[in-house]
Design a protein around this ligand. Structure first.
Ligand code: GAP
Length: 509
């Protein structure tokens, strides 16, 4: 499905609403509806279980959003958490200068693709794409253009040459996508942190930031956790929480938001052993994604081309979103940079005493960091399909179904009395609902024909539906329907609990 279809499904079925919609919305901020909050909580639970519950040496933390402002000086966010910004003087629209250039590259890539498709048709089976790209004069020209643009972009970004970046936009003759105007301002650095003011302190002194990542809360607490929990290296601290970034370009629904949630884990290791753990975490995190049934073709590793100054290795797990492969999760080997910075800025020792080595050192850190909302979008786009299925009369009909892993499904089971106006059926169905609600998130639904009720549950990914009919009154049996196979079978009311429990169990890792 394309992004437009996902957005409209998310709204229609109570997953995601635009924030402040009655006031025409607030850009890049979203609210999660009744089904959305359930799916989101299940994603968080899956991550927490995999990190904290499944690892004896990983513990949890919930640090505050507000932190001492010097933390952000130490971490480098005050000085360097910037994006290059450019305004169009005519449309008054604001853009990320590097994204304008990247979008230009995408356009050239589109031209190459067009030529390749045409040639494929012409040459059929014998077509050699790489040879064609290097030998066809127009196409090889496009390829050279891209190489040269990428190299200039990299050079200007790495050296902080904002004038050079503007010149690149001018040289490429890039126009404002809204107005078509080429009347650009200078390129300026724009800090992505939101700030606010502490109540009783005026001016710069009282300036507070909304955290742009949860990780720093872990770094500044690592010794508290280590000492109070008697943790021995290697050990990890996991945290789920809100983060805020004043993104210049906020597009693609919940992919890039200004208020979002992160699930981050910092793993503290001996200096020199970080690459071993980096490789282990890469494998573990990929296994976590695959265990949900995400097709391998939709996930890939992407090594960072340019390493941040504090990292000695970094990789993204990318997911194939409707708008292409993009970062879903980051795995970074952050060396001892953050802890050393906090030692310098706080003048406190943040060293760990290793009882085996009988020495003090500043641990190295492997970080895994994934956005809850991005994971939500990945699961949404992975699972939502339109398919042809046989209806009650054996004819084929279309259904929209969310084939979510059952453990993530917002509602686990729907309880449906066959007829609404038969009190004996609705009473029995409500008693089944009362029995099941103790263990599962259930939904009772008596409105409309049974087929329509099934379709409503399919659309939100409910793995099971049980129907209460006249036989139920006789023998306490129900029809249970499986979302994916559409199989319907009779089981006794007493068995429902164990069937559902088995069907919705967490993926094994
Ligand atoms: N502590 C490391 C860190 O924050 P990051 O790559 O900037 O690294 C980690 O962010 C993850 O957070 C990303 O892989 C993405 O899933 C999520 N994320 C980052 N910015 C986001 C945004 N504006 N909206 C939604 N999710 C975002």
């Amino acid at each position: 499905m394309d992004l437009k279809q996902l957005v409209s499904h998310a709204k229609e079925y109570g997953f995601i609403y635009q924030s402040s919609e009655v006031y025409d919305g607030l850009s890049a901020v979203y609210d999660y509806g009744p089904n959305g909050v359930e799916l989101k909580n299940n994603i968080k639970q899956y991550w927490w279980r995999a990190m904290v519950q499944m690892h004896e040496n990983i513990v949890g933390l919930d640090s505050a959003i507000f932190m001492h402002p010097t933390i952000w000086k130490a971490s480098g966010h005050v000085d360097a958490f910037n994006d290059p910004l450019v305004d169009n003087k005519d449309s008054k629209k604001r853009y990320r200068a590097d994204v304008l250039v990247e979008d230009h590259i995408v356009k050239i890539e589109g031209k190459i693709e067009k030529e390749v498709k045409k040639a494929m048709k012409r040459f059929g089976e014998d077509f050699d794409e790489e040879k064609f790209k290097s030998e066809h004069p127009r196409v090889s020209g496009y390829v050279d253009q891209i190489t040269s643009i990428k190299s200039r972009l990299k050079e200007t970004i790495e050296s902080g040459d904002l004038e050079g970046l503007r010149q690149l936009i001018v040289d490429l003759d890039i126009a404002d996508p809204v107005s078509g105007s080429r009347n650009w301002t200078e390129v300026r650095q724009f800090n992505l942190m939101f700030n606010t003011q502490l109540g009783n302190v005026a001016g710069e002194e009282g300036k507070l930031y909304l955290r742009p990542e949860t990780a720093q809360g872990i770094f500044v607490n690592y010794l508290n956790v280590q000492k109070t929990q008697r943790m021995k290296i290697p050990f990890g601290i996991a945290q789920i929480g809100k983060a805020f970034r004043n993104e210049i370009v906020a597009r693609q629904f919940i992919f890039r938001m200004r208020e979002f949630e992160q699930m981050e884990m910092q793993f503290f290791v001996r200096p020199g052993e970080e690459m071993k753990y980096y490789q282990e975490w890469k494998a573990q995190r990929m296994a976590w994604h695959l265990a949900l049934g995400t097709p391998e073709d939709n996930l890939r590793f992407h090594d960072h081309d340019n390493l941040a100054h504090y990292a000695n290795a970094a990789v993204d797990i990318q997911f194939k979103f409707p708008f292409g492969f993009k970062e879903l999760e980051g795995i970074h080997s952050r060396t001892d940079f953050d802890l050393k910075q906090h030692e310098d800025f706080s003048s406190k020792k943040l060293q760990y005493f290793d009882p085996e080595l009988q020495e003090n050192y500043t641990p190295y850190v492997i970080e895994t960091s994934i956005g809850v909302d991005r994971m939500f979008l990945a699961m949404f786009s992975n699972s939502l399909v339109i398919e042809e299925v046989p209806d009650a009369d054996g004819k084929s009909s279309e259904r929209t179904v969310m084939k979510l892993h059952p453990a993530l499904a917002p509602v686990k089971i729907a309880i449906l009395p066959l007829l609404k106006n038969k009190p004996e059926l609705t009473k029995k169905a409500k008693s089944v609902f009362d029995q099941l609600k103790l263990d599962f998130n259930c939904q009772y639904d008596e409105k409309d024909a049974i087929g329509r009720r099934y379709r409503r549950q399919d659309a939100i990914g409910t793995p099971y539906c049980v129907t209460i009919d006249f036989d139920t009154l006789e023998d306490d049996s129900v029809t249970i329907r499986d979302r994916d196979s559409l199989e319907q079978r009779r089981i006794s009311i007493d068995e429902i609990n164990s069937v559902v429990q088995k069907g919705i169990s967490w993926p094994t890792l």
